[in-house]
Ligand binder design. Structure first.
Ligand code: HAM
Length: 418
């Protein structure tokens, strides 16, 4: 049996970089006042269709959607934002404190064509802030990402930022865009032609080369912002500059989800081939209301955890796991029973101890101790028990001492807690 295409195991040898990233990220989130939220992996299909947008690649082509035994249409979450908004509304969080900051880490599912950096089950580190309209929050989130990457020792990443406007300025932009697209109609793919009526902005996100050429000089939202959006974007840029966060204004950045308003961004790398976005995010001031809550500004981002780890693998050695403190060799039934209790006690005290219960020979077990790179080995056979002199061998210096059973545990604790 094999994993299904686009799904993979992350094996213990690889896990330490994942843990390092998660530890840094959660530490940083907490210092910015975020709280962890956990959301279901499956939601009603409607939730994603209405928030991400019916006419997006994710909803049209990539969702794992199925009917359960009662015929309800359900979907494996392709992202976290929609669910977190649902949760914010469902639990009426806006009523007690509209300002909320959440983070979550977990798997997402999209049926894309698998390649390096692109999987059908992938992981995101997601952060969302509700209830604040200020542009300083936009720059604060980009600053946070910048800090995280710095702490992880990553360089060569660039923040691409854009403004996608708001319901005030978007209709007039859409008109200008449609006029332009009309003149390029014969170069567009079927998908784009279909999207002209339903959601012309999506054409700007088409990945097909002909379409990309056709829209190369298309009008950009950034040149058609209303005054409020323009002021907002200027404040974001100024606040980033003041904090020394480098960014590139990228007029062509549109993002693949429909809910964005105003600031949108991606953190890109040049080292992962086609899958250049390590993180993406933006403001979505209309989504809470759209899904049935009160008008609430909101903003967030998601880091592609798999991609971030892949970038780190290029520069960072996988940290060595901590060595085993003690390997217990018990020879014979009585020694096995004693060894079992000693190991329980030492494990409880936080000392990395293992014991082998297979009843193998001393030679075989010494080999195993070497394989596990144990710092010390405890040897207890029938003789050692009778003489109340258990052998403790330092595997590094090869020195051996004998310990009485009464003193043994306190002595070991002294050695390992140093
Ligand atoms: P997104 O741009 O669709 O945004 O995904 C965020 C990140 O997830 C991407 O930049 C990429 O690193 C990673 N990612 C996406 N698809 C895959 C895949 N198939 N395999 C590996 N990594 C992938 C969102 O999901 C939004 N919910 C972000 C957000 C939060 N906006 C506001 N709040």
């Amino acid at each position: 049996m094999q994993t299904i295409r686009g799904f993979r195991d992350i094996l213990p040898e690889k896990i330490s970089l994942w843990q390092k990233v998660e530890k840094e990220a959660t530490h940083l989130f907490k210092s910015f006042g975020f709280k962890e939220i956990r959301i279901p992996i499956i939601e009603k299909t409607q939730l994603f269709a209405r928030s991400i947008g019916e006419v997006t690649d994710i909803v049209e082509k990539e969702m794992y959607t199925f009917e359960d035994r009662k015929g309800d249409k359900l979907t494996l979450r392709p992202e976290a934002t929609a669910s977190i908004v649902r949760s914010y509304i469902q639990h009426k969080m806006y009523a007690t404190d509209p300002i909320r900051k959440f983070y979550m880490v977990g798997p997402m599912f999209r049926r894309e064509r698998p390649q390096k950096g692109r999987y059908r089950q992938f992981y995101q580190i997601d952060a969302e802030i509700f209830g604040v309209e200020s542009a300083y929050v936009d720059s604060q989130l980009i600053f946070l990402l910048n800090q995280l990457f710095k702490r992880l020792g990553l360089t060569g990443l660039s923040a691409h930022i854009n403004s996608l406007g708001c319901p005030e300025c978007r209709p007039s932009f859409q008109k200008v865009l449609l006029d332009f697209i009309e003149s390029k109609k014969d170069m567009l793919c079927e998908n784009c032609l279909r999207r002209m009526d339903k959601n012309p902005l999506r054409i700007l996100d088409c990945k097909i080369e002909n379409c990309r050429n056709a829209i190369a000089h298309a009008p950009a939202t950034l040149d058609h912002l209303c005054n409020e959006c323009s002021d907002h974007f200027n404040t974001v840029k100024k606040a980033l500059e003041t904090q020394g966060v480098d960014f590139i204004v990228d007029k062509s950045l549109v993002r693949g989800l429909d809910y964005y308003t105003r600031t949108a961004w991606e953190i890109q790398t040049t080292t992962l081939g086609a899958q250049s976005a390590v993180a993406g995010g933006g403001r979505y001031d209309g989504l809470v209301k759209e899904l049935g809550g009160p008008q609430t500004p909101a903003i967030g981002f998601a880091i592609g955890f798999d991609r971030l780890v892949e970038v780190m693998e290029q520069i960072d050695k996988i940290p060595e796991p901590l060595p085993l403190d003690l390997f217990i060799i018990s020879l014979g039934d009585t020694a096995m029973e004693k060894g079992y209790h000693w190991s329980c006690e030492l494990n409880q005290k936080g000392i990395r101890t293992e014991i082998d219960f297979r009843g193998k020979s001393l030679k075989a077990l010494m080999k195993r101790a070497d394989k596990l790179a144990a710092r010390y080995v405890l040897i207890a056979g029938e003789n050692e028990l009778i003489e109340n002199a258990i052998i403790l061998r330092n595997m590094n210096t090869k020195e051996q001492v004998s310990l009485s059973m009464e003193d043994m545990i306190p002595e070991l604790i002294k050695i390992f807690k140093k």
